[in-house]
Design a protein around this ligand. Structure first.
Ligand code: IDC
Length: 475
């Protein structure tokens, strides 16, 4: 009896072991099948999705993550009607995108073709890019690729973030650009100097009012100015009075401009363009709010310059109106940003630097004072004011000039324009030219018939535009 029980038990144990082995084998086979089918799906199709984060920077509370996506067709035939759905975080937001239509829906970022890239050519690829804003240091957690409505599984696992892609507080700037070479600017004596203490000449272009010509706040435009015009600084002119189109929505355009210039390693002047209101105190509260917003966003950047009042004019004086305004704005900015350069406007449309040089603002670091000229109107008399100011050790920046008359129109005086630039270069003083637009006036850099935003031919430039390109490239 005992023997029988032992035999039955042994048989039962052996059977259990065999069943166990079979279940294990089946399970293992199942896992493998699923794995293979996913891989084979994309392999068979011959289309690969490749994505990387190639730049990161801080954007206020968020990380800005610049993604490049390649849709690579290694098959023998064109593939049409593509769609990629990326799994992203709940906190992900879209900032901007190119070469694809982006739509965000509950942690799914769907990208569909533009009219011109619906087909992925055989042996070819499509490049897509976008900037996402996120609390996390990466947004994409796998994707599904669709071709002609059919689903192809992609990689589900989270991509490792490479060590050098760690979030920095400032944009990662490519080598050889003005900011990568010269770094932090500061004021020493009457000059602006770079991180090594060498005199740095700001050679800039100013936008027209961004309320009227927002299209030129554009990365390709700035790149053309950097690469073909030898421009190292972009000035973003935002008129500050509602009579000249000021409204808070424009802050967004300023921020875009700052990002484009920063990506390109250019310096950028954020200009509170006081003009029709004359007295900067009229819109002081808005100015304070604006610069609080901007400094909070960009305090860690090393390429930002703040211009707090373009051109005070009318019934205002340095002592009574401008200086108190400047002191208050400087303290607003310095509460948040300890060292970026601040440009202070001067009386009479930023011409009376001689008056200011007798009573500059005390106990403030990295301040320069604005001198503005229009070469067909302002000549040796104004250069004499410059001389007086320099003799009194006032740091100066020509944050705006034109080679036309003071209306921004009329004749162009290249002879006087050359004398000005030579004088400024000899004294190590920077200059920023008015204006980046195709408005029908002689101070526009583009002809009014030019609609292209970048890569202009010689023929598409105005007389001032041609002069600028030649003069800046001779530096
Ligand atoms: C001019 C523009 C012109 C516009 C006018 C009024 O060129 O299209 O209609 O402003 O908004 C400045 C100012 C600058 C002027 C420029 C030429 O800073 O805003 O632009 N100028 O008048 N100071 C001296 C000349």
């Amino acid at each position: 009896m005992k023997k029988k029980i032992i035999i039955v038990l042994s048989i039962l144990i052996i059977i259990s072991i065999i069943i166990g082995i079979i279940i294990f084998a089946i399970n293992k086979k199942d896992v493998k099948t699923v794995d293979n089918s996913e891989e084979i799906a994309e392999e068979k199709l011959g289309v690969r999705v490749d994505y990387t984060i190639d730049q990161t920077w801080q954007d206020g509370e968020n990380n800005a993550l610049k993604y490049s996506v390649k849709l690579i067709n290694e098959s023998e035939e064109n593939k049409e009607n593509w769609k990629i759905v990326f799994n992203v975080n709940k906190t992900t937001q879209i900032s901007q995108g190119w070469n694809g239509k982006l739509e965000l829906n509950e942690s799914k970022l769907e990208i569909t073709p533009e009219s011109y890239n619906n087909i992925i050519p055989k042996d070819g690829q499509i490049d897509i890019g976008f900037i996402l804003l996120d609390k996390e240091i990466e947004s994409i957690k796998g994707y599904i690729l669709y071709i002609d409505g059919k689903e192809y599984k992609g990689e589900e696992k989270i991509k490792e973030v490479e060590e050098n892609k760690e979030i920095a507080n400032v944009p990662q700037i490519s080598e050889g650009t003005p900011v990568s070479i010269h770094g932090n600017l500061s004021v020493k004596g009457t000059n602006i100097v770079d991180k090594d203490g060498n005199t740095f000449i700001i050679q800039g272009v100013s936008t027209h009012g961004i309320a009227w010509f927002p299209q030129y706040v554009n990365e390709d435009t700035f790149k053309t100015l950097r690469d073909n015009f030898n421009v190292n600084t972009i000035r973003l002119a935002m008129y500050s009075d509602s009579s000249a189109g000021y409204n808070k929505d424009l802050h967004e355009i300023v921020s875009k401009g700052v990002e484009y210039a920063s990506n390109l390693g250019m310096y950028v002047i954020i200009d509170w363009h006081v003009l029709p209101e004359g007295n900067p105190n009229k819109n002081k509260q808005n100015a304070i709010e604006f610069f609080e917003e901007m400094t909070n966003k960009y305090k860690d950047y090393n390429n930002i310059i703040y211009e707090i009042c373009n051109e005070p004019n009318g019934n205002v004086t340095w002592e009574k109106d401008i200086k108190p305004y400047a002191k208050e704005l400087i303290s607003t900015i310095r509460n948040i940003d300890k060292d970026s350069i601040i440009i202070v406007g001067t009386p009479t449309w930023s011409q009376d630097v001689d008056i200011v040089s007798k009573s500059p603002i005390e106990d403030a670091n990295n301040i320069v004072y604005a001198l503005h000229y229009y070469a067909a109107t302002h000549k040796q008399d104004l250069r004499n004011k410059l001389k007086t100011a320099l003799n009194n050790n006032l740091p100066i920046l020509v944050s705006e000039f034109g080679i036309t008359d003071a209306s921004g129109n009329g004749t162009v005086d290249k002879n006087e324009a050359d004398i000005w630039i030579q004088t400024l270069r000899e004294n190590g003083i920077g200059y920023v030219c008015w204006n980046l637009s195709n408005k029908n006036e002689t101070s526009s850099l583009l002809k009014s018939t030019t609609t292209k935003l970048s890569d202009w031919t010689e023929d598409e430039l105005s007389e001032e535009g041609k002069w600028l390109k030649e003069t800046y490239n001779k530096n």
